[in-house]
Design a protein around this ligand. Sequence first.
Ligand code: ZN
Length: 328
Amino acid sequence: MAAGKDELALGIDLGGTKILTSVVDADGKMLSRDHSVTPATRGREAVIQAVMESARQALKEAGISPSELTAVGIGAPGLSNPSTGVLYTSPNLPGWQDVPLRDIIAQELGRTAYLINDANAAAIGEFYYGAGRGAHNFIYITVSTGIGGGIIINGELYTGPTGTAGEVGHMVIDDNGPLCNCGNRGCWETLASGRALAAEAKRLIKKGTSTTILEQAGGTIDKVNAEAVHQAALAGDKLASRLIARNAYYLGVGLANLINIFNPEVIVIGGGLASIGDMLLLPAYEEAGRRAFKQPYKAARFARAELGRNSGVIGAAAYALGQSRRKT
Ligand SMILES: [Zn+2]
């Protein structure tokens, strides 16, 4: 990002299981990094306290006082409105409803703060400093337990009037499909996410299909996860390979929709499930190619996320710096 070389922001990536905070400069460089566990089940006050502890630790590690920060950026899971700074609701933070998270953090640190969805933050991180560099029309997808996304149009994050745009994981792929956490049926994340992969594996194991997936999970059905399926597939298990091919198929169906609707230059895929790599992604790209219009498909480049677990914290900081420049 241009200008303001000496500007610093505190990035906060608040997840359902972990909190990551970092002092980040205007080049996207992390000057510190604090990682802690989200006490999600202990409620809102405990989580906010944990965020503040992590923030103070990241500031201390970077040798920075809050007054030296230009702004604070918070990426949080669930639906939030960047213009009001309110987190509406979050499946990963039980009991949170219409929390003015931006203002709470701003007050604690005495600095201007900005709130966005965690996947949108990661999209911004990849757009400025990762695999989306140089593009103007860009889509980021994180495929992990669920599927999240961020959409950049003409170089700007598209948020929509309520700030909730980019929920690609909830586009309906099969109207009679599995029930989603959101209440609908057949959302993309019920068919192509890590949770979907594990659920289908468990269903078939319970039906008695022959497979080594259960061994990979230590013999306990509740421990069957995407990683166990991946490991079994690598070891030549036929069912595991079929399950990954099924996920790839549905991933490709969703990608085709995104390509036809947005005609993006780049689609960057991150998240834990994407680390399965070519076994999952190549057939997904091929399926997208069979379904999307030829011209936008040819024009779209697929890339793996480059910033790994740091895309959200770097993106939250970059968003905060970008927004604060806009105000001045
Ligand atoms: Zn849904």
